[in-house]
Design a protein around this ligand. Sequence first.
Ligand code: ZN
Length: 234
Amino acid sequence: MIRVTVWNEYEHERKIPEIGKIYPEGIHGAIKKILSSEDDMIVRYATLDEPEQGLSEGILSDTDVLIWWSHARQDDVTDENVQRVIDHVHSGMGLIALHSAHFSKVFRRLMGTPCTLSWKHGDREKLFCVNPAHPIAKDVPGCIELEDEELYGEPFAIPNPDEVVFMGWFAGGAVFRSGCTFTRGYGKIFYFQPGHEENRVYDHPDISRILINSVRWAAPVKRLASPPDNIELR
Ligand code: ZN
């Protein structure tokens, strides 16, 4: 079984009534529901205001794949907890960074680059699969149309990804590397752009499929008990 933790800052859904109506169970609750229908996944969620910000050693060591959504409170995550997440990724835990998590401390430090982008509120997106042989693209159509999505555009200041699986085209005049994979230590990372809090996009069946596929892909092949260290040969 793949142990999945959906981590969400859980701020907009509680503080902005319109968004609370879109995600009454929180973004984490919506994603948990999607993944829980899979026979090979055990799913829980954790949020920023929980003890140890929902990122305790106990939670992370019991997590194969961590899904991360954050926006308004990126900087509230303590450096200690950020480092703990990074150590687990280096040890083999998978990480799926969604939408505005491009600007989370965890993602930026793992990338080592500013992770800035261009953006515009309110747009229409066509999400193209540019790597149909990739496991994350299994049973996903060549183009997914999203009537309401925030525009994220290039230049996206990330290091060159291992693979680009999806490219976004926006009616407002932008393209974006919307689905990218990276490897850091023993850990696999997938960045996925859709997921602005004002649009309930994760329930779109093709977007749900991408999330499910990405969890299976990111599950550890080898998991170390602690971050990798030098090995002395004798
Ligand atoms: Zn957004």
